[in-house]
Write a protein that binds this ligand. Sequence first.
Ligand SMILES: Cc1nc(NNC(=O)[C@H](CC2CCCC2)CN(O)CO)c(F)c(N2CCN3CCOC[C@@H]3C2)n1
Ligand code: NI
Length: 207
Amino acid sequence: SIQENIIKASHLINMDDIVREGYPTLREVAENVTLPLSDEDIRLGEKMMEFLRNSQDPVLSEKMGLRGGVGLAANQLGILKKVIAVLVPNDPEVDEDGNEIAPTEAYKMQEIMYNARIISESVQEAALEGGEGCLSVDRDVPGFVVRHARVTVEYVDKNSEKKKIRLKGFESMCVQHEIDHTNGIMFYDHINPEQPWAVKDGMLVIQ
Ligand SMILES: Cc1nc(NNC(=O)[C@H](CC2CCCC2)CN(O)CO)c(F)c(N2CCN3CCOC[C@@H]3C2)n1
Ligand code: NI
């Protein structure tokens, strides 16, 4: 099966494993994974997180021909399981002479989320300033991807522990993009077709 191949110790997820627009699983709703998590599902999450790390490494991403990613959903691997990985780096700090210094914490968010679902959401909306892209979409689709500014997400972590977190800002956008994938929703479904860059009343624009 696809998952058996992907979780092989020697396999590194690369762009050939990521399905593109038109592939059925991008428009299907994934199943919750069974609890307690199976070894296979834990390994799947770890492989997805490894892909994100590699995609953010200047040397490895170039070597492996990876597009940069801060999130990934199992639907994008052709696997209809509610498994997502999110890896949001901290911005490097800059010293008084303007030299970059590595942040104390490398990542602002690093989480493999099983069966993630939004249990509450702000009325206020938000969008990333430059719009969004998707590793499964080989074209630019310009426009504000209008999402909830803040969400409360319930999920199970890799230790099979139930978690509930509140998210805002960039992480909120990222997790919503991934949860959308597990429900067959693509980022451009949230772009206003008539006025893609319209700023709706009260909408936050996130840098
Ligand atoms: C914003 C951004 N989107 C990138 N790509 N798109 C993705 O991640 C898609 C998911 C994101 C699209 C918008 C919200 C979630 C993947 N999606 O399809 C999964 O469903 C980036 F790669 C990226 N960064 C900033 C941080 N940088 C650190 C160093 O390495 C390069 C990396 C580039 N920021
Ligand atoms: Ni995507």
